[in-house]
Design a protein around this ligand. Structure first.
Ligand SMILES: C[S@@+](CC[C@H](N)C(=O)[O-])C[C@H]1O[C@@H](n2cnc3c(N)ncnc32)[C@H](O)[C@@H]1O
Length: 276
């Protein structure tokens, strides 16, 4: 076994050519307790053997492809830390757009509203809305009991009052209506080569893939949503980089109004929605 790195700078040097420097910095910060600034300005700072050992083990796992979020067991979303594991999608920065839009439309209302998050995974969207808009009553659904366990633990750790229900899409919500429904459903086409590359290999296929064109679940949600929306309520759906046109057409066919698509920070049309 090679010797352990003795300083912060040496530790970062060990990652070169194996792991992206950004990922190495995150792992080293977590392993050593050093700040981002210290990793830049004080590279000669000694690294304790226990921290060096932890870091080198994490570096090996990352070099084999395991996502940083799974190694650390958490990922930041909308300014808060969420527990994640193999049962949940790792929350993505682009999904913060869905939170922004839901808060915007709920904020336009004159009275406190209700929100439903379909396919909640780690609970990132539902919990963020519940904490940012305490007057909103938040319900979250998923059909994966293991994902719901993680979401419930996140809600408890972050102090978010979210009602979790278990089942497929609107199945457990018969007769219930909401003032806003959001979902980041599976939307990748089965057989898409991206499913067998990068972090996606470590995430549940049931959170990612949806039929031959990736739109099976979006079709189901749009078809059933009208029975669960109050008058004037918005349905907001995250989708793939090239699906805005198809999702907008589906929304139009289902009778939605003011259909729009919104771009994420990378300039990609990422969320489409309309109201009834
Ligand atoms: C793309 S992930 C989104 C997770 C989380 N909302 C996020 O944005 O990080 C899709 C989620 O939908 C859930 N899901 C897939 N099919 C479902 C179904 N038929 N009914 C309910 N949830 C479903 C998966 O378990 C997964 O948690």
């Amino acid at each position: 076994m090679s010797s352990l790195p003795a300083s912060l700078g040496e530790a970062l040097a060990r990652a070169r050519g194996r792991v992206e420097q950004g990922d190495a910095r995150i792992l080293l910060r977590e392993a050593s307790g050093a700040t981002a600034a210290q990793l830049i300005a004080f590279q000669e700072r000694p690294l304790a053997p226990a921290a060096a050992l932890r870091y080198m083990e994490w570096l090996d796992r990352r070099a084999k492809g395991e996502p940083v979020a799974h190694i650390l067991g958490e990922r930041e979303f909308y300014g808060r830390s969420f527990r994640v594991n193999a049962a949940t999608l790792i929350p993505r920065p682009e999904t913060e757009l869905l939170v922004e839009l839901a808060l915007h439309f709920l904020g336009e209302r004159t009275r406190p509203g209700s929100l439903l998050d379909l396919g909640t995974g780690s609970g990132a969207i539902a919990i963020s809305v519940a904490l940012e808009s305490p007057a909103t009553t938040v319900t979250a659904c998923d059909f994966s009991p293991s994902a719901l366990d993680v979401a419930q633990a996140n809600a408890m750790a972050l102090g978010a009052p979210v009602r979790f229900v278990s089942g497929s899409w609107f199945g457990p919500l018969e007769g219930e209506r909401f003032d806003c429904i959001v979902s980041n459903p599976p939307y990748i086409a089965e057989g898409d080569p991206h499913l067998s590359t990068g972090d996606l290999r470590y995430e549940p296929l049931t959170a990612l893939a949806s039929g031959r064109d990736g739109l099976n679940d979006i079709r189901k949600i749009i078809a059933a949503a009208p029975r669960h929306l109050n008058p004037g309520a918005w349905l907001l759906l995250e989708h793939g980089y090239n699906q805005a046109g198809q999702v907008s057409d589906l929304l139009e066919d289902a009778g939605f109004n003011a259909i729009q698509s919104w771009r994420d920070l990378a300039g990609i049309e990422r969320v489409s929605g309309g109201y009834l």
